[in-house]
Design a binder for this molecule. Structure first.
Ligand SMILES: Cc1cc2nc3c(=O)[nH]c(=O)nc-3n(C[C@H](O)[C@H](O)[C@H](O)COP(=O)(O)OP(=O)(O)OC[C@H]3O[C@@H](n4cnc5c(N)ncnc54)[C@H](O)[C@@H]3O)c2cc1C
Length: 485
C-alpha cells in the first residue's frame, strides 16, 4: 500500500512539497487547493526576490535564517530544471546616514555568519557603477550578488506541473474543512467534496494555517495578515533598475524596494500594514498605503516614472506568525501532521528548502526514501513567442498558423500559447493570464479579454456564460442578450 500524503494548499510551499515527495517511491501525493488554480494566495502577490540570506538573525529566527540561505542556493538548479524565468541580478541595501551604516555593518556580519557568499559593503562610487539609477544621497550600500528575482507564480505553476507529471494529484476548488484525527493519528481531511483518507497531512495553507492546525488539536500560535501594496509599471517605463534596491530594514519589514520583475516590469513596493485576524482576504489597495510606498521608493532611485504611468496596483498578505519564525514541525500527538505554516517572507526563497525539511520530518516517522526510477526532474516551460527570434517565429507559424494570430497585443501573446495554457490545465481567465501574460500589459486586458473568453469557451467546450475570471462567482457575462435566454 502506498503511503498517502494530503497537502493542504497549492502555494509555492505546498507545490514545492508536492514536487519533493513526488520524487520518491511509495508515496501517493494529493494536493488540495480551494481556489481554481495554484499560487493564488501570497505566492502570486509578492516581490519575487530570492533573498541572499543576510536578513534573519539565527538566534531569533533559526528556520528563516537557515532555510533562506539554503533555498537561495537550491533555486539556482531548480529554476533551470523547471525553466522558470529568473534574474540573478544582485541587490543593494542603501544607507543614508550613520545609523543606517551601522545597520549595514550588522547585516554584513549576520550574512557572513549565515554563510552568504560575496557580501560586501561598498562606497558611493561603486554603488553608482553597479546601479546608475540609485539615489546619489546614499552614503554606502550592502551589495549581495547572490540575490535574485524570480517569477513567483510561474515558479508555483512549474513546481506543480512537475509534481503532477511525476504522479501527484491536484484537486482544485477543494476546500479542506478539517484535519481528521483518530486515536492520536491523522487519518485524513474532510473537504467540501468529501473525505480524503491520508496517512499524513501537510498543512501548507498559508494565511489560514493556524485555523486548520487547530482542527487537528494543534494550537498555540496565531497567524495574522500583514498587507503589502505595490505599483507595477509597463515594461518600457524608465528608469529601469537592474538590481534590487532596498532601504535599511526595520524589524517588521525589509522595506519598500524598487526592482525589476523577472519579466522586465518596474515593480515598487511593498509597505507593511498589520491587519486584524479576520481580515485574511483583504487584498485591496489603499490610498494611504500606496502613498507611503511611493514616498519610501522615491528615496531609493533618481526620478521614478510618474505614478500615473503605473499599469496596476495590487496587494499581498504575508502570513505573519506570532512566534516570528516559520512553523515547520511534526508532532507525536497527533502523529502524521506536519505543519508548514507561518511562511512569511522569505518563504518564496525558502520553499525548496522547506520541502526538504518536510521530507526529513516524514522520514523520522519511519518512512524509507528511495528515488523513483522514472523520476523526471525537468519541466518544459510554455512557448514564449514574444522572446523568439523572427526565424523561429516563422518556423512556428508555418507549423501552426495559430502562432500567427496575436491575441494580446501589449504582451505579444498568440492564440497558440493560449491553447497551450489551456492544454496544461488553465480553466479561468486569470489562469491563462498568469501562464501566458495575456492581459498583463498596458491595457490590462481591455482588448484581449473577449478573445480569451472565446478561446477558453471553444477549447474546453464551456458555455461563454460560464467562463470566469477566477472560478465560481467571477463570471464575466451574465447571459446572452440577443437570443432571448
Ligand atoms: C507583500 C509580500 C511580499 C513578499 N516578498 C517576498 C519576497 O520577495 N521573497 C520571498 O522569499 N518571500 C516573499 N514573500 C513571502 C512569500 O510570498 C510567502 O512566504 C510564500 O508565498 C508563502 O507560500 P505558501 O505556499 O506558504 O502560502 P500561499 O501562497 O498563501 O498558499 C497557501 C494556499 O493554501 C490555500 N488554502 C488555504 N486554506 C485552504 C483550505 N482550507 N483548503 C484548501 N486550500 C487552502 C490557499 O488558497 C493558497 O493557495 C512576500 C509576501 C508578501 C505578502
Amino acid at each position: 500500500m502506498p503511503f498517502r500524503v494530503a497537502i493542504i494548499g497549492a502555494g509555492v510551499v505546498g507545490s514545492a512539497v508536492a514536487r519533493e515527495l513526488s520524487k520518491y517511491e511509495g508515496f501517493e501525493v494529493h494536493v488540495l487547493e480551494k481556489e481554481a488554480d495554484v499560487g493564488w494566495g501570497a505566492s502570486k502577490a509578492n516581490t519575487g526576490i530570492l533573498h541572499a540570506g543576510y536578513d534573519d538573525d539565527p538566534s531569533k529566527f533559526p528556520m528563516r535564517a537557515r532555510l533562506c540561505r539554503a533555498g537561495n542556493e537550491l533555486w539556482r538548479g531548480l529554476a533551470d530544471e523547471l525553466e522558470v524565468p529568473v534574474r540573478w541580478c544582485g541587490s543593494l541595501v542603501l544607507a543614508f546616514d550613520e545609523n543606517e551604516r551601522r545597520v549595514l555593518a550588522e547585516l554584513l556580519s549576520r550574512g557572513r555568519s549565515n554563510g552568504v557568499p560575496g557580501l560586501r559593503v561598498v562606497g558611493t562610487d561603486l554603488v553608482q557603477k553597479l546601479e546608475s539609477n540609485a539615489s546619489k544621497e546614499a552614503v554606502e550600500a550592502l551589495w549581495a550578488p547572490t540575490s535574485g528575482i524570480i517569477s513567483p507564480y510561474e515558479a508555483t505553476v512549474a513546481l506543480i506541473e512537475n509534481a503532477t507529471e511525476n504522479g501527484a494529484k491536484l484537486h482544485l476548488e477543494t476546500l479542506a474543512r478539517r484535519i481528521v484525527v483518530k486515536d492520536r493519528r491523522v487519518v485524513g481531511v474532510e473537504t467540501d467534496r468529501g473525505f480524503l483518507e491520508a496517512d499524513a497531512v501537510v498543512n501548507a495553507s498559508g494565511i489560514f494555517g493556524d485555523l486548520l492546525s487547530g482542527t487537528a488539536g494543534i494550537s498555540g500560535f496565531r497567524i495574522r495578515p500583514r498587507r503589502g501594496e505595490y505599483f507595477v509599471f509597463d515594461r518600457d517605463a524608465e528608469p529601469k533598475v537592474g538590481m534590487t534596491l532596498f532601504p535599511a530594514p526595520r524589524p517588521e519589514t525589509k522595506g519598500v524596494v524598487v526592482t525589476q520583475t523577472a519579466d522586465g516590469n518596474l515593480l515598487v513596493g511593498p509597505n507593511a500594514k498589520d491587519l486584524g485576524e479576520k481580515e485574511r482576504e483583504s487584498t485591496e489597495t489603499t490610498k494611504g498605503g500606496l502613498e507611503e510606498v511611493w514616498r519610501e521608493a522615491s528615496r531609493l532611485v533618481v526620478g521614478l516614472p510618474p505614478r500615473s504611468a503605473a499599469i496596476r496596483t495590487f496587494a499581498g498578505l504575508r502570513p505573519e506568525p506570532d512566534r516570528g519564525d516559520f512553523i515547520i514541525e511534526a508532532y507525536e500527538d497527533p502523529s502524521g501532521l506536519v505543519n508548514c505554516v507561518g511562511t512569511r517572507s522569505p518563504g518564496l526563497t525558502s520553499a525548496p528548502a522547506i520541502a526538504m525539511e518536510v521530507a526529513k520530518l516524514l522520514a523520522k516517522g519511519g518512512f524509507r526514501f528511495a528515488i523513483k526510477g522514472k523520476w523526471k526532474s525537468r519541466r518544459k516551460a510554455m512557448t514564449r513567442f514574444r522572446d523568439l527570434p523572427s526565424s523561429e517565429r516563422d518556423g512556428l507559424i508555418s507549423k501552426d498558423p495559430s502562432y500567427g494570430r496575436i491575441v494580446c497585443t501589449c504582451e505579444t501573446v498568440t492564440e497558440a500559447e493560449i491553447k497551450e495554457a489551456i492544454r496544461r490545465g488553465a480553466r479561468t481567465l486569470d489562469s491563462i493570464k498568469f501562464r501566458t501574460r495575456a492581459g498583463m500589459g498596458r491595457c490590462q486586458g481591455s482588448f484581449c479579454l473577449a478573445k480569451m473568453m472565446v478561446l477558453l469557451s471553444r477549447e474546453t467546450g464551456t458555455r461563454i456564460e460560464d467562463v470566469s475570471v477566477k472560478g465560481k462567482g467571477s463570471n464575466v457575462v451574465l447571459g446572452r442578450v440577443r437570443d432571448g435566454t
